[in-house]
Ligand binder design. Structure first.
Ligand code: FES
Ligand SMILES: [Fe+2]
Length: 356
């Protein structure tokens, strides 16, 4: 099996839904097709607005193999720019920081925060040089609830349309007023879908989280709320036992992984995936809070510790699944009704890869 026909067998009915065939996780050809049809065509969350608070702030990232700069110009407008110099392809920026312009370290061509070429030394004798045509290519950027999304596809539909169904579900949570208060990073040697699938079901609270989440939000009480047909996201409610807090899990497909914790105050957790190849990504677990909780160092440190502990429990099963998928006799297995979100995910994959 190669390419995206691994999704052709996704069931139209939850009652007959199966996990994906192992090839969907391990084949390079599947990942290349996903890069082409998903990561380079869909809205991908890359940062929060508070990470680029001032004019001139920038950060760099690689999205679906495209080296990018995310910048904020003097008017407060965000830009997603190719990071590759238009002269001879040197990256014009690394890391993050605050600048007035991007100067390529090789021959000092200078680009504005919006990607326009501002100057290029000793190019006046070149008849091939047209300053107006040598800007850094730029891509679509949009903001939702404080998240900056990028879409590499010129013809992409607006972000609001992609997140239409999700917006009302978090309308009261004040996500736009939150800021990242702590971040945990984990190199993750798994196919990206291993984590997405782990994230959207709480069936596994009875396994790796038996002593943690199963005690506060038991697996069998979790459920997927009624969602419109053919959505680009899924949701999972996690009702608490008495004295604990409820939380909701949202996954905007393909990989916007969000938890909203609604206790006395509301906070959120954003799992940001930097997807590298079919068997690895870098994970950053970001904790988001509003004031005054955001300034409570003890609360922030305690929350980070809980999340680290829970993720370490998840690492054990994600490591196990990734290894198990490479067995020659590994095969798709039937899904529980508690894994409805996986079925939503699989149907999305089938649809956007042209198999549905
Ligand atoms: S490669 Fe950037 S100025 Fe030459
Ligand atoms: Fe988990």
């Amino acid at each position: 099996m190669s390419g995206t026909n691994v999704y052709a067998g996704v069931s139209d009915r939850m009652e007959t839904a199966m996990s994906l065939p192992p090839a969907a996780f391990r084949d390079k050809a599947v990942f290349e097709a996903e890069t082409d049809r998903i990561f380079r065509r869909q809205w991908m969350p890359v940062a929060r607005v508070e990470q680029l608070a001032e004019a001139g702030d920038f950060l760099t990232l690689d999205l679906a193999g495209v080296p990018l700069i995310l910048s904020r110009d003097e008017e407060g407008v965000f830009h997603a720019l190719s990071r590759v110099c238009r002269h001879r392809s040197m990256p014009v920026a690394e890391g993050e920081g605050n600048v007035k312009a991007f100067t390529c370290p090789y021959h000092l061509w200078r680009y504005g925060l919006d990607g326009r070429l501002l100057s290029a030394p000793a190019m006046e004798r070149s008849e091939a040089f047209d300053q107006g045509k040598c800007g850094l290519p730029s891509f679509a950027v949009d903001v939702w609830q404080g998240w900056i999304f990028v879409n590499l596809d010129e013809g992409a539909a607006p972000l609001a349309a992609a997140l239409e169904g999700l917006t009302p579900l978090v309308a009261e949570d004040g996500l736009a007023d939150m800021r990242i208060v702590s971040s945990l990073t984990f190199p993750s040697p798994w196919n990206w879908k291993v984590l997405v699938e782990n994230f959207i079901e709480s069936y596994h609270h009875i396994g790796p989280h038996a002593e943690s989440l199963q005690q506060s939000n038991p697996a069998f009480g979790t459920y997927v709320p009624e969602l419109p047909e053919g959505t680009n996201f899924t949701a999972l409610e996690n009702p608490p036992v008495e004295g604990a807090d409820p939380f909701s899990v949202y996954v905007g497909f393909p990989a916007f992984l969000l938890v909203v914790l609604r206790g006395e105050t509301t906070s959120a957790v954003w799992y940001r995936l930097d997807i590298r190849d079919e068997a690895s990504f870098d994970l950053t677990i970001n904790i988001l809070m509003k004031e005054p909780e955001a300034s409570d160092a003890e609360l922030v440190a305690g929350t980070a510790e809980v999340l680290r502990h829970i993720h370490i429990e998840d690492i054990a099963v994600c490591d196990g699944v990734q290894a198990g998928l490479s067995s020659p006799v590994a095969a798709a297995g039937p899904l529980s009704h508690l894994e409805r979100g996986l079925w939503h995910f699989h149907r999305y994959l089938k649809r956007v890869t042209g198999n549905g």
